[in-house]
Design a protein around this ligand. Structure first.
Ligand SMILES: *[C@@H]1O[C@H](CO)[C@@H](O)[C@H](O)[C@H]1NC(C)=O
Length: 183
């Protein structure tokens, strides 16, 4: 009976059931602030206008070890995810010109948060890295160099049309929705 219950525990169910059992994590190196501004300028430059309107006036911009710039819009709480954990994120992805190319922020009917196993290279390198800096519930705005996004291929179809052009710098608003140990 117990194994049947375990089998019935889908990814999504586990994310809520197991979130109380997240592992402790020391996380990446402490936050390095790269830019400090007394005005919204850096935040505005970093963020699409729709996002920057709601961003704090004194946006501090930090940088990860691999070169992702990030602004903390909302701090989370609880242990940060580490290798093997399942993480669920909500996000909006923007091209460098501010145009949204992928929206999964909970506003799209029927679309669930994106779930991936950390360290398993199931998603772009930027997501693999940035969630290690986030506590559950945190919301960041990030700027992603192309090499940590879709690289020099982009996301293109056969006829040359691209959802994401080659070598594109990307921006995301990303929320670490839930963290759970892999079932
Ligand atoms: C992308 O960048 C690489 C390395 O800088 C370069 O060789 C390549 O030509 C670029 N591709 C496009 C389509 O701009």
């Amino acid at each position: 009976m117990r194994s049947a219950v375990q089998l019935a525990c889908t990814l999504v169910a586990c994310l809520s059931l197991c979130s109380a059992f997240v592992s402790m994590s020391s996380g990446p190196s402490s936050r390095r602030q790269v830019i400090q501004t007394g005005v919204a300028a850096a935040g505005a430059a970093l963020l699409p206008s729709v996002v920057s309107a709601a961003a704090p006036a004194k946006a501090k911009v930090y940088e990860t070890d691999n070169g992702i710039l990030y602004v903390v819009r909302k701090e989370g709480s609880g242990p940060r995810p580490r290798d093997g954990d399942l993480v669920a994120i909500k996000y909006i992805g923007y091209l460098n010109n501010g145009k949204a190319f992928d929206i999964n922020d909970g506003s799209v009917a029927g679309r669930k948060p994106t779930v991936f196993k950390l360290g398993a290279k199931q998603v772009i390198p930027a997501w693999e890295e940035i969630v290690r800096y986030m506590n559950p519930g945190a919301e960041y705005n990030i700027v992603v160099p192309a090499k940590l996004g879709y690289g020099d291929k982009g996301v293109c179809v056969g006829d040359g049309e691209c959802l994401v052009p080659p070598n594109e710098t990307l921006k995301f608003t990303i929320i670490l929705d839930k963290v759970a140990i892999s079932p």
